[in-house]
Design a protein around this ligand. Structure first.
Ligand SMILES: Cc1ncc(COP(=O)(O)O)c(C=O)c1O
Length: 438
């Protein structure tokens, strides 16, 4: 069993201090008090090991967030950490390229269907933004179609409700469409003939791709002279070693990888067909840290381990078992018409609907805060890592058992009861982007 939660007092105190020096008290909206209510969940972590983390109050959690999905293998994975240490003995950032860059690019070419050539960055946003610039350069067109979440840069975030600071002229060039809706893509293509540089999309998140959808989207893009780009920042090194393009058998022109490729080290990759990638000889995607060696060494170690050991299989099998247990509990507590398990087992999203007795935000906040009290760190997703083990599974299931029993009782007591029991304001979404269709 997870140890008993002591309190979240130290997190609360550090947040008060942090807010004086750091806007939002965090570098990431989704890791901040905006998503984890103060005093009801941890806000600062101290360390991790395997599939678990410890906060600054000394509380221990099974971590179902996994750093927002970069931690694919687990915290302090010995193979990755040893590769980093070995490279550290040689140096971190150099004055010229290192052989590691080619060693990684060659591995990517072997495992990712579209990765004839690669370039590296640090954040996922580097790779998605480079993909968009490259598509614009390759087609000499300005407009871009987007489908999913793609990072913090102007071209993308200007299309969301958090567009403050993005020039109107830039916003006007991005066209958002919903996942699964090929007609929406047709409408944009028709409205802007000869102007669409490409479509960048998450190949899947919560909703399954309708039959033939991804291939049809690719064909439609190509028929209009636009590039077809997968954002595999999450699906890469998770859905399959070669990403969603391997799993679904649809090869894009370009793809962006990040998150899981370094098991927590900051590294991303823009990969793609050589004929397009060669344009990067001219297109400016160039930075001081693109060849930073610790992250390259980590990514090579991740790939080698994933090839050697049944990592991807474990992400699926652990996720499947957790989901099966959770689905049973949801039925048992009459919550299966309120909470739906969506996505692939390796990355499952709990899609929450409004209930007659409580809003979806109240239900989400209840789950996040009560799971935390029961020793599970969650943002209502299951971000599985290779280190998650039987004990972690059992602890997650017993935490869910407690939380859903309580949740079921509260919502059965009628409207208002759950809200009153929360003890904090319900968390609002950072923005609602993913097509959480039921
Ligand atoms: C699908 C997807 N694309 C792009 C990004 C941006 O990556 P980063 O936050 O590393 O810039 C994210 C981050 O959550 C993501 O989930």
């Amino acid at each position: 069993m997870s140890k008993e939660i002591i309190s979240f007092e130290a997190s609360k105190q550090w947040l008060a201090r942090a807010l004086e020096r750091i806007p939002t008290g965090s570098q990431t909206f989704s890791k901040s008090y905006l998503q984890y209510p103060v005093g009801h969940a941890p806000l600062f972590l101290d360390r991790g090991q395997g599939g678990r983390v410890w906060d600054i109050d000394g509380n221990e959690f099974v971590d179902l967030v996994a750093g927002l999905l970069p931690v694919t293998l687990g915290y302090r994975d010995p193979d990755v950490d040893n590769a980093i240490k070995a490279q550290l003995e040689k140096g971190i950032s150099f004055s010229l390229a290192t052989r590691l860059e080619l060693e990684l690019a060659e591995r990517l070419a072997e495992i990712v269907p579209c990765a004839e050539m690669s370039r590296f960055g640090k954040a996922g946003s580097d790779a998605t933004s480079a993909a968009v610039r490259l598509a614009r350069a390759a087609t000499r067109r300005d407009r871009i179609v987007i489908c999913g979440y793609h990072g913090w840069h102007d071209w993308y975030v200007g299309s969301t409700v958090r567009s403050l600071g993005v020039p109107e002229a830039v916003r006007g060039l991005s066209h958002r469409i919903s996942y699964g809706d090929i007609d929406a893509f047709r409408v944009v293509l028709k409205a802007h003939p000869g102007e669409i540089a490409g479509i960048i999309m998450e190949p899947m998140n919560s909703a399954e791709p309708p039959v033939g959808y991804l291939a049809d989207m690719r064909d439609l893009a190509h028929a209009h002279g636009a590039l077809f780009i997968f954002d595999e920042i999450i699906t890469g090194f998770r859905y399959a070693l070669g990403g969603a393009q391997e799993l679904f058998g649809v090869t894009p022109d370009l793809a962006a990888f990040g998150k899981g490729m370094g098991n927590g080290m900051p590294i991303s990759a823009l990969v793609g067909k050589a004929e397009v990638m060669h344009l990067l000889d001219e297109v400016f995607f160039s930075g001081t840290f693109g060849g930073e060696a610790l992250s390259l060494a980590a990514a090579i170690a991740v790939i080698d381990k994933m090839r050697r050991e049944p990592v991807i299989e474990h992400l699926y099998s652990f996720g499947r078992r957790l989901n099966a247990q959770l689905a049973g509990l949801l039925r048992q507590h009459d919550l299966d018409e309120t909470i739906f398990l969506k996505g692939q087992p390796c990355w499952t999203i709990l899609v929450i609907a409004d209930h007659a007795a409580a809003t979806k935000e109240e239900i989400k906040t209840f789950i996040v805060t009560r799971l935390a009290r029961n020793g599970v760190l969650s943002n209502v997703t299951h971000n599985i890592c290779y280190a998650h083990n039987e004990q972690d599974l059992n602890d997650c299931v017993s935490a869910y058992q407690n939380v859903l029993t309580e949740l079921g009782d509260h919502v059965r007591s009628g409207p208002g009861r759950l809200g009153a029991m929360l003890g904090c304001d319900p968390v609002a979404p950072v923005f609602s982007l993913r097509s959480h269709s039921r």
